[in-house]
Every structure is written in structure tokens, then in C-alpha cells.
Ligand binder design. Structure first.
Ligand SMILES: Cc1ncc(COP(=O)(O)O)c(C=O)c1O
Length: 388
């Protein structure tokens, strides 16, 4: 007799990016090479000095051993110092756990906050892996609609109205995937205040924070007394160091929260992958200028993309910020998936339909422009001509 699969897993949609990439197989290449605007992955390689250190670390016997559950001390210290400087706050290594990417950090935060039957508020459109992670845990992701007219920044009052006794956390992504929206520090503070008043967690995924238009503290939460009672902040080394394959991210929280996270992490990963940790600990202070150049390059791509779209009035950029733009497509009667598929098949432009990011998103496509080089962005102009 065939064994039954966990119904929570069986109910999940297959991973969306490979599914969308499948549409590209139907493209005949007639408009030029495929332009892939789906993946939120850095298009460029890591810094050569970083790669040299990685090669050295990966070839060492030390990298083959188990390490500390919360990550190597050098990386926890370097990352804590970086966070302390950026947010002007007293953050030390005891506030930091290193995880297998920000995705795992989110899973750990979800496990810390909620159990099966509980609920977590997620602004829609949401980052699909947040919703699916919660679904696998039997935790309901309650949509908190973020509106186009608000620049896709969710309203605190809407969140407050959705909180019920099952609600354990609000999870925000800022700068946001998929919209690119940058939540104002006051909004983030108001969500933290709400979480504190209602005795729930605020989980803050700041995967894209190093790409903000101005290098400033994204919020002042870490400077507030008692912040650690309600706040868990998440980060990814994937984007800032162009190294998503190393699978390294971080969680910043109160020391007692980190202790609980360590119990979870011992079960999930025993320790974070070793080889990348020393190179990243080195890169945090040494590759500041390189990260700054990448930030400037991605901002230039945002401007170039906005310039192209301004010549196609049927389309509307609803938000453009860090890494992503969220576009209203010109069709009244096709779904977002139909438009995205047709754009891939007929014009060789691969995007993700808004419907991948939660309810009510049929009018939109997500564009990961950070991944496209300037020539590809320029080529979009001709690809969109007459497409509607
Ligand atoms: C909002 C957000 N969180 C987390 C991740 C995953 O990051 P990591 O590679 O560190 O797991 C991504 C990747 O696209 C993301 O967009």
C-alpha cells in the first residue's frame, strides 16, 4: 500500500520559479536571447578576493568538521559589528545566529513564534516561501492586503483588525519582495509597537537592506529598550555578497531568543555550512566599497528600467524600489499567469505573475531587474513594442 504524504506538503504548489522557467521552452528565439527577469539572484560573480578565500577555506580540513550550532564566532562577531554600526545599536554576537540562508532563518523564526493551528499575518503580495513555510508547519498565513495606492506598504490599522487569539506574529519583508517597496522607518516602528501591545512577534526579513537607495539605517528598532521581547530580524548573505549558493543568512534577536533558535537549529542543520563563513566574516568589513558599487549599479538598473517602461504607457510601474519592480500589466481579460506566459513565449521575456505572490494579484507582474544587465534592460524596449 502506498504511504500517504503529509497532506500539508501535498497541498503545496510546486516551486514557482522552475515552473515559470518552463514557459521559456516554448520561445523560438526570434526576438533575441531570452531575458530572464524572474530570479532575485545577483547576476554578477562574488569579488575575486572573496573567491580566493573561499577556495582556501573550502580546501581546509576545518571546513569539513562540524562547527558551532549558531555559526563560527568570527562571523557572528563581524556580522554583529556590522548590524551595530548600521543601526547605531548595542548588538553583539550573543544577538546573532547564523543560518542556512534567510529562508531557514524565517523557518526558525516561524517555529519560535507559532505552532500548528496558530496564525501569522503576512502582507500580500507575499514572498511565496514565507507562505509555504508556514503552510508546511500547519500555521495559517493570514493575508494582510497591502494596497497599490499605498505603494504596497501595509497599514498598521489593517493588521490590528486582523489579530485574533491565534495570531502569533506579523512577518514583514522590507525592502519588499515582490514589490520592491521600502517601508518607512515610522511604519516599521508602528508595527513593532503593535506587536508589543498585542504580545506577538514582529519578524522582519531584511534580505535586501544593503541595496537601499541611501545607505541609512532602515529603522530604529534595535535602539528601543526591550526590542528583543518582540522583534526577530532576518538577513541574507546571498544577495549582498553575490553568494546565494553558500546558503548563509542570519537572525538577530535577544540572547534568550537566540538560545531557543539554537535548539531549533541543532535539529535542522547542526551547524551552518562551514566553508563560506570565514570568507564572509572577512568580506563584511573589507568589501564595503564593492558592496557600495553593486548597490549603485542596481539603482542605475532601476532607473534604466523605469526609463524603458515610461515609453510603454499600457504598462504601469506600481512600485519600483530595491531589486524589484511591480508592474500593472495592460490586459483587462487575461490572468497574470497568461500574460507572463505569453510574454515569455512570444517575446522571450520571463517574469513572474503576481498570482504567485498571494491573493488579489492578478493585475501584476514581478520584475527582478537587478538580475538583468543594462543591455538586456535596453532590449526590453523593443520586446514590449505592440505587446498588449
Ligand atoms: C524576502 C526574501 N527572503 C529570503 C530569501 C532567501 O534568501 P536566502 O538565499 O538567504 O535563503 C529571499 C530570496 O529571494 C527573499 O527574497
Amino acid at each position: 500500500m502506498r504511504a500517504a504524504m503529509n497532506p500539508l506538503v501535498a497541498a503545496l504548489a510546486p516551486p514557482p520559479i522552475p515552473q515559470a522557467q518552463g514557459w521559456a521552452h516554448a520561445y523560438d528565439g526570434s526576438a533575441g536571447p531570452l531575458i530572464n527577469l524572474t530570479q532575485a539572484a545577483p547576476g554578477s560573480a562574488p569579488h575575486p578576493d572573496f573567491l580566493a578565500r573561499l577556495a582556501e577555506a573550502a580546501g581546509s580540513a576545518e571546513a569539513a568538521r562540524y562547527g558551532a550550532i549558531a555559526g563560527d564566532t568570527a562571523l557572528r562577531e563581524a556580522y554583529a559589528a556590522d548590524v551595530a554600526a548600521l543601526y547605531a545599536a548595542a548588538i553583539g554576537p550573543e544577538n546573532v545566529a547564523i543560518t542556512a540562508g534567510c529562508n531557514q532563518a524565517f523557518a526558525v523564526a516561524a517555529l519560535l513564534a507559532a505552532r500548528a493551528g496558530d496564525a501569522v499575518l503576512l502582507p500580500t503580495p507575499w514572498y511565496f516561501n514565507h507562505q509555504t513555510t508556514l503552510a508546511m508547519l500547519g500555521v495559517e498565513a493570514v493575508p494582510l492586503p497591502a494596497r497599490a495606492e499605498d505603494g504596497f506598504v501595509p497599514r498598521v490599522a489593517d493588521a490590528e483588525a486582523l489579530i485574533d487569539p491565534r495570531t502569533r506574529a506579523i512577518a514583514l519583508v522590507t525592502p519588499n519582495n515582490p514589490t520592491g517597496a521600502i517601508y518607512p522607518p515610522e511604519t516599521i516602528a508602528a508595527f513593532a509597537d503593535l506587536a508589543r501591545r498585542r504580545g506577538i512577534w514582529l519578524i522582519l526579513d531584511e534580505t535586501y537592506r544593503d541595496f537601499l537607495p541611501e545607505p541609512r539605517a532602515p529603522h530604529g528598532l534595535f535602539a528601543a529598550p526591550g526590542w528583543g521581547e518582540n522583534v526577530v530580524q532576518l538577513y541574507s548573505f546571498s544577495k549582498s555578497y553575490a553568494a546565494p549558493g553558500l546558503r548563509l543568512g542570519a537572525m538577530t534577536a535577544a540572547p534568550e531568543t537566540i538560545e531557543a533558535a539554537v535548539t531549533i537549529l541543532d535539529n535542522l542543520q547542526i551547524c551552518p555550512a562551514r566553508a563560506g563563513q570565514a570568507p564572509i566574516a572577512w568580506a563584511i568589513p573589507h568589501l564595503r566599497r564593492w558592496r557600495e558599487e553593486n548597490r549603485a549599479e542596481i539603482l542605475a538598473r532601476a532607473r534604466a528600467f523605469a526609463g524603458v517602461m515610461a515609453r510603454h504607457p499600457g504598462w504601469r510601474i506600481e512600485t519600483i524600489g530595491v531589486y524589484f519592480a511591480y508592474l500593472r500589466h495592460p490586459s483587462r481579460d487575461e490572468s497574470a499567469a497568461q500574460i507572463a506566459e505569453r510574454l515569455a513565449r512570444e517575446r522571450g521575456v520571463l517574469t513572474l505573475p503576481g498570482s504567485y505572490f498571494g491573493p488579489g494579484q492578478e493585475a501584476f507582474l514581478r520584475i527582478a531587474f537587478a538580475n538583468a544587465d543594462p543591455a538586456e534592460i535596453a532590449a526590453l524596449d523593443a520586446r514590449l513594442d505592440g505587446f498588449g
